[in-house]
Design a protein around this ligand. Structure first.
Ligand SMILES: Nc1ncnc2c1ncn2[C@@H]1O[C@H](COP(=O)(O)OP(=O)(O)OP(=O)(O)O)[C@@H](O)[C@H]1O
Length: 335
């Protein structure tokens, strides 16, 4: 890339503009030249006055680009196809009841078990890419191999996106500005189109619609969750999404899961909700801190899920009608 024109550099790697700015290099008028040719135009006096170290600037540019690509998670070798859990032990020290368990992209796995049984601990093991060094003694493999430590220490947490319950925005930005910031940092080619896709997807999940001008601080709980799910699905580089219970209020959870898997994510979700548990094709049963077994959702359970979804729709409609101040009738509710 050292023989590329500055114009080409900026087109391929827009963040190189930051490199020029940080080094106080005004490249205006030199876009068609290479960076080296640009540096050649300085006189000896100018180099001394502005403390410009040509050799260092030239050598640092490829490093800067490499680091930025790694930071933004767009290296080819960051692609993740599968996640494997190798057994550790439960809280009593008994070895877990499975040999190994692999989840592939576009799969949803639910994690169920009593309160305090260790569901969140399993999610934490995955996030930390455990190597027998957590309280459970479990190990995590990525693409069948022991994962590189870079996953642990990457500053933008590339392996795993956590969808947590509370999204308390503290920044004073509109939805459009918030999404633009993220799109630009991910070097998306056509940010406007991507932003449009995200807002549409978010509104498809949220009960009440919002638009790009809405300040993020005035989004309701359901709306902000819908926005974060759509943003994670469409813009995040993290191949694995961990969910610690998607709250019922205000978002269509089934569509949310469908959106995540349609974007090739591996989804693991700890839940106490029977609907969510059965939406996954596999569920991990946790007992006393250990993976007790893994169950494949049967056809009968899927049929039962359809019935549960009808009951759920009835409850949701009832809630809506009550909120609107209407009186209830069976005819209205079943629509
Ligand atoms: N195998 C284990 N060995 C030792 N400690 C464990 C093990 N598994 C879980 N724990 C610990 O048990 C505690 C409860 O686990 P955790 O918070 O994961 O439960 P949970 O199932 O997510 O509960 P809830 O449903 O209430 O969210 C945590 O402190 C966790 O670190």
């Amino acid at each position: 890339m050292t023989n590329w024109s500055i114009e080409k550099l900026l087109k391929e790697y827009p963040f190189t503009a930051t490199y020029f700015e940080q080094n106080k290099l005004d490249i205006a008028g030199y876009e068609e030249k290479t960076f080296e040719a640009f540096l050649e135009h300085f006189t000896i006096e100018e180099l001394e006055d502005q403390a410009i170290d040509k050799e260092k600037l030239l050598a640092d540019l490829p490093l800067f680009i490499k680091q930025m690509l790694a930071f933004l998670g767009i290296e080819k070798d960051n692609q993740v196809y599968s996640l494997t859990i190798l057994p550790g032990h439960d809280k009593s020290g008994n070895t877990e009841g499975f040999k190994e368990f692999t989840v592939n992209t576009s799969e949803i796995v639910s994690i169920v078990g009593p309160t305090g049984s260790g569901k969140s601990r399993l999610l934490a093991d995955i996030e930390w890419t455990a190597k027998g060094d957590t309280p459970t003694g479990r190990s995590i493999l990525i693409n069948g191999n022991i994962p590189d430590n870079k996953w642990r220490f990457s500053s933008n947490n590339k392996l795993v996106a956590q969808l947590s319950q509370n999204m308390n925005f503290v920044m004073d930005l509109s939805v459009a500005e918030f999404l633009k910031m993220h799109a630009v940092s991910r070097l998306v080619e056509n940010p406007e189109a991507v932003i449009q896709r995200i807002i549409e997807a978010a509104n498809n999940l949220a009960g009440e619609k919002f638009n790009l001008d809405t300040p993020v601080t005035s989004l309701s709980g359901g709306q902000s969750r819908a926005l974060m799910i759509a943003d994670t699905a469409i813009l995040s580089s993290s191949p694995i999404v961990l969910i610690d219970e998607i709250e019922n209020a205000g978002i269509d959870r089934k569509k949310a899961l469908e959106l995540l898997v349609s974007e090739d994510k591996i989804v693991l979700m700890a839940t106490h909700d029977p609907l969510l548990a059965l939406m996954a094709n596999k569920r991990i049963i946790i007992k006393n801190g250990g993976i007790h077994k893994v169950i494949f959702t049967s056809d009968e359970e899927k049929t039962l899920l359809e019935e549960l979804e009808k009951v759920d729709a009835l409850i949701q409609n009832t809630r809506q009608e009550l909120r609107k101040g209407n009186t209830l009738s069976l005819k209205n509710l079943e629509q």
